[in-house]
Design a protein around this ligand. Structure first.
Ligand SMILES: [Zn+2]
Length: 345
């Protein structure tokens, strides 16, 4: 992976990148920031980039840190004495952690220059820690920057919010997530499935590195392909691989999600809504299915799968049986072009 720079941040969070970079260039940075947004929206990378920009000795013309100087490399390894990263242990960020942070800072070992506290999951700061933190925010003169990361800004103390500048991190564009996955060598099919399943960039990378993700995607496609083969049965295919699907709620949900994307692609392919197609590398198969079944039945199948997805999430149902029924229904629709008159799964 190439170093995280302002140019790269701009690809993910253009508004945040512009705001922060402009304040840095103009020397008008705030001393406390709240980076608010969902996980995997590049908040941690931004906090680290901010710290590097303040400490790097070889910034380029666009204020990008060099990534190789002593300061940059130590920040990357979270071993720079002026940069502190605290994350919640368990439910709360304890006062002890904040105290430790302050003690560290008061030590003589701290190098000259700005000091940056990065506090992840700041919504877990308890009352005491918040108060300890507030005291440092009020400490005049020192070149101290506080960067608080949170998914729930309303859970922060009002007094903290009022002293900080809030930066809102938007969900990352799916196309961007897919592009990133393709860049690291993930297959188009897998990249499409993952980028439709999560907005979280870190999660997307993690999923792409887990063999099971690819196995689940492959299984969904093998099942759809089996509808065209005389000698293979989707229900038997599922039976052989059901442990993989039923291993966890997440796996079942992801697998079903892929099945739904494929079926939606059939519909979008049929109506030439090319921009809505998820698996653009698989249009041969989806087109073939679309030629066989009428729109009404495709929509019915999608409806049934969505219903099952919701049930798997919120109800305690026999998922094995429910998947078998769904596949039987799908077979009836795709192979025979018949409606699944049995009703709900
Ligand atoms: Zn540097």
């Amino acid at each position: 992976m190439t170093a995280f720079t302002w140019d790269r941040l701009e690809e993910y969070q253009p508004v945040v990148a512009k705001m922060l970079l402009n304040s840095l260039k103009q020397g008008l940075t705030a001393h406390a920031y709240i980076l608010e947004g969902a996980k995997g929206t590049k908040r941690v990378d931004t906090a680290i980039l901010f710290a590097k920009t303040l400490l790097c000795k070889n910034l380029d013309d666009n204020f990008n840190p060099c990534g190789v100087c002593h300061n940059c490399t130590r920040i990357d390894h979270l071993s720079h004495p002026n940069v502190f990263y605290v994350s919640a242990t368990g439910e709360q960020i304890r006062k002890k952690q904040i105290k430790e942070l302050l003690t560290e800072f008061s030590r003589a070992s701290v190098e000259e220059g700005p000091r940056i506290y990065i506090i992840d999951e700041a919504e877990k700061l308890n009352q005491e820690s918040s108060n300890t933190l507030l005291k440092t925010m009020e400490e005049p003169g020192a070149e101290i920057y506080q960067v608080l990361l949170t998914t729930q800004p309303t859970a922060l103390m009002k007094t903290i919010i009022s002293r900080a500048q809030i930066l809102h991190f938007k969900p990352i564009d799916r196309k961007k997530i897919k592009q990133d996955l393709l860049l690291i060598g993930v297959s188009p099919r897998l990249a499409s499935a993952i980028s439709e399943s999560t907005f979280n960039t870190d999660m997307a990378i993690k999923m792409s590195q887990d063999d099971k993700t690819e196995q689940l995607v492959d299984l969904a496609f093998t099942i759809f392909q089996s509808f065209f083969k005389r000698d293979s049965s989707p229900i038997l295919l599922f039976k052989d691989a059901k442990d993989l699907v039923l291993e966890s709620g997440d796996a079942a949900d992801f697998f079903l999600g892929v099945m739904i994307f494929i079926m939606k692609d059939v519909l979008n392919q049929k109506f030439r809504h090319r921009d809505l197609i998820v698996f653009d590398s698989e249009t041969g198969m989806t087109e073939k299915i679309g030629e066989k079944i009428p729109q009404k039945i495709i929509e019915e199948q999608i409806g049934l799968m969505l219903e099952l997805k919701a049930k798997l999430k919120y109800n305690n149902i026999n998922s094995n049986l429910a998947f078998d029924k769904m596949l039987a229904c799908l077979e009836r629709g795709i192979v025979n072009g018949l409606s699944c008159s049995t009703g709900s799964i």
